[in-house]
Ligand binder design. Structure first.
Ligand SMILES: [Zn+2]
Length: 701
């Protein structure tokens, strides 16, 4: 607008200023672009020169060709480190490729064969890794390919032509054709095809006698602004412990699949065949067994075609009829009823449990057990369910006997944040304040349940409520810790849960005994069948779901993008884990040397410095060093007191939790790395007392 009669095109002061700034920015960016182009040109010319030299060397030679020499020339400015160079040479040797001559051979070679193997394939492999690891866009990937194509067109005798599109490099499997599954689309990649790829791309993997498979089915929203979501079917070979979950089929649509029969059709068809006939890998016929379907409650209800958690007969393990409290909440506050059986499910002996008119498509799979093979997953049930519910009770309700006062909530949050400095590096997330509770992730809830809650809550909730919570905390610890896991402790956990659930109704009100809380009563039975809680938790699938989400780089054809990247990963995961490292080992670092064990790390950093020795003593690491040729730590032996940190429902020392007195004198000594048993977490309690708690999964294996 032309205000105040200012002539058109006349600029006010700020406009002028802006204009000149923008102009300068533009000039600078153009200059930068030009510099970049010149630099790229220079690099390209330099590379071309090296290639020419390499090629000339090759052509001048007829005998005793040494591939290392070419690689040396190609890398004369040391862009690749020694390790990388060795990798290239080693891979040529390992592959046993007959086109790679050794010094003893006297063969005349075709140039393209040699250079192709050592550079072309390697470049593509590196590009694939880079594309996945850095989550670059398709445009960036194609940009790199364009640069590579400059070489392949200029030196056709050296390089095979590089493809134009990064999608060709990622090589979509041939079966990835999407079909309509209302109201979206579905791609079935196939259980057999994925397993076959795992074994063919990883020939070093030992082939077991049978394949024990776990499955997970869950929905995942992929866009913030719309209801667009995917529903992957994930599989994991349970008896190959290094095997991560992989996607065997995936649906995409604006809402969940309308008809489970349609959605699961290809999967069920394939499983029918695999369970009956097995899979042939390297001419060896392997039996296929289904161990478990590990899903959250809504997904279980969908695929089992049963009533959801708000239904009257929704308990999946017993036939108890729920009651509506205040017209909305479905509660299950009686003891467990008659247990459901696989046979009973098949015959629909309690018809109200099933969605009217629907039968689960999974029942077509031979030998499927619809009750016992569908364990309750503790990530959703215990962490996101009960633990989060209890935290909400303490902080959300005002003036209830169990409520924390606003001052206490603030102090509690401050303490959580304060404790983060003592959380070992094995934990990916550090505790956050209670204001952020709605956004706490499962891993944060796990950290709270197993490590922080006994200390934090002792200070901030009333003794009755603390004692009650600890029955739950100890029961979960008994079911989660490998070193405590045995029939007696499962029974003890069951007894504690049998106390915890009715007392929850007594202390907090009957309306708290919802589906999740009632289901907790059935959790020890699943642990007895499947092992420690992490043996049948949704954690690995949840992690892979995040990978699935990351692999979507554009809104068109998300299924094809996911399938392509997941398929590529199948061949890649195991290769990365191939390197054999001997543990424990001393790793020299700039500030603190580290003692690296298979499942944990120790160093002089406060958070990573506490461990228990095989003789039961607790030690604080002061330094990690070599002494007389042996890797060892210089440690301070800590003083355990006789004090029990808690005595109910069992003494803390039974769970290897100790109170340490830091004011007493300590003695220093050198300790061999092989004397270390398990890593500990040390948290301040009441000065000078500290509490030492053993880390799960940090045992010397
Ligand atoms: Zn039940």
């Amino acid at each position: 607008m032309n205000k105040g009669g200012r002539p058109k095109g006349f600029l006010t002061k700020p406009e002028k200023y802006q204009y000149s700034k923008a102009y300068l920015r533009k000039v600078r960016s153009l200059q930068k672009k030009r510099d970049k182009e010149e630099e790229a040109k220079r690099v390209a010319e330099e590379e071309a020169r090296k290639l020419r030299d390499a090629h000339n060397i090759y052509l001048n030679r007829t005998t005793n060709f040494n591939s290392e020499e070419v690689l040396g020339i190609l890398n004369e400015d040391d862009n690749m480190n020694v390790e990388d160079q060795q990798l290239v040479v080693d891979e040529n040797n390992v592959s046993g490729d007959e086109h790679v001559p050794t010094d003893d051979e006297d063969i005349e070679l075709e140039p393209e064969l040699l250079i192709e193997e050592s550079l072309y394939d390697n470049a593509l492999r590196e590009l694939k890794d880079l594309y996945i690891d850095t989550r670059m866009t398709r445009k960036q990937g194609n940009g790199i390919l364009n640069i590579l194509r400059l070489f392949s067109t200029k030196y056709p005798q050296v390089f095979r032509p590089f493809p134009k599109d990064i999608r060709t490099v990622m090589k979509a499997p041939t079966y990835s054709k999407a079909k309509v599954v209302e109201p979206g689309t579905y791609i079935h990649t196939g259980v057999e095809a994925c397993i076959d790829r795992i074994f063919t791309t990883n020939p070093h993997l030992p082939i077991p006698e049978q394949l024990v498979l776990d499955f997970n089915i869950d929905g995942l929203p992929i866009a913030k602004s719309s209801s667009s979501s995917v529903w992957p079917i994930q599989c994991r070979i349970y008896n190959i412990p290094t095997c991560k979950p992989f996607v065997v089929g995936i649906y995409h649509g604006m809402s969940k699949p309308k008809n489970m029969h349609e959605y699961l059709h290809d999967f069920v068809d394939e499983m029918k065949r695999l369970v009956d006939e097995g899979i042939i890998i390297n001419d060896k016929s392997l039996l296929v067994k289904i161990r478990a379907f590990i899903c959250d409650a809504p997904a279980r209800a969908s695929i089992k075609c049963i009533k959801g958690h708000s239904g009257y007969f929704s308990c999946e393990k017993c036939k108890q009829e729920g009651e509506k409290e205040r017209g909305t909440t479905m509660i299950f506050d009686k003891k467990t009823d008659e247990l459901r059986t696989d046979e009973g499910f098949k015959n629909k002996d309690q018809i109200e449990h099933h969605t009217p008119g629907l039968t689960s498509p999974l029942l077509q799979i031979p030998k499927i057990k619809m009750v016992t093979r569908f364990p309750l997953d503790y990530m959703h049930l215990v962490l996101l369910g009960i633990q989060k519910r209890m935290l909400r009770l303490w902080i959300n309700f005002k003036k209830k006997p169990w409520s924390m006062t606003p001052t206490n909530i603030k102090l509690c949050s401050e303490k959580l944040v304060f404790l983060s400095q003592y959380i070992p590096s094995e934990f990916s997330r550090k505790p956050r304040s209670l204001d952020e509770l709605p956004r706490w992730k499962c891993t944060e809830l796990r950290l709270f349940l197993f490590y922080l809650s006994p200390i934090i809550l002792k200070e901030f909730i009333k003794p009755d409520y603390y004692e009650h919570y600890m029955t739950f905390q100890v029961a979960m610890t008994l079911l989660a810790r490998e070193d405590l896991f045995c029939d007696d402790n499962i029974e003890l956990a069951q007894n504690l849960i049998n106390i915890f659930v009715p007392r929850l109704a007594y202390l907090y009100g009957r309306e708290q005994i919802v589906y999740n809380v009632h289901s907790l009563l059935h959790l020890p039975a699943d642990a007895k069948k499947f092992g420690v809680l992490d043996n049948f938790s949704a954690f690995p699938y949840e992690n892979n779901l995040q990978e699935v989400k990351k692999s979507i780089k554009g809104y068109t054809k998300p299924l094809e993008q996911i399938v392509r990247i997941q398929y590529y990963r199948l061949g890649n995961e195991f290769q990365k884990a191939k390197v054999n490292i001997k543990y424990p080992q001393l790793v020299e670092c700039r500030i603190n040397n580290k003692a690296v064990f298979k499942n944990f790390t120790l160093s002089a950093n406060t958070r990573d410095s506490i461990a228990m020795l095989k003789n039961g003593e607790l030690v604080k690491v002061l330094n990690v060093l070599k002494k007389q040729g042996e890797d060892c730590i210089l440690g301070e032996i800590l003083n355990k007191t006789d004090e029990e940190f808690f005595i109910k429902p069992c003494a803390a020392t039974v769970l290897d939790i100790f109170v340490i007195d830091m004011s007493l004198p300590t003695r220093r000594q050198y300790i061999s790395l092989s004397s270390i048993k398990i890593k500990y977490l040390l948290l301040p309690f009441v000065e000078p007392k500290w509490v030492a708690i053993p880390l799960m999964h940090a045992h010397l294996s």
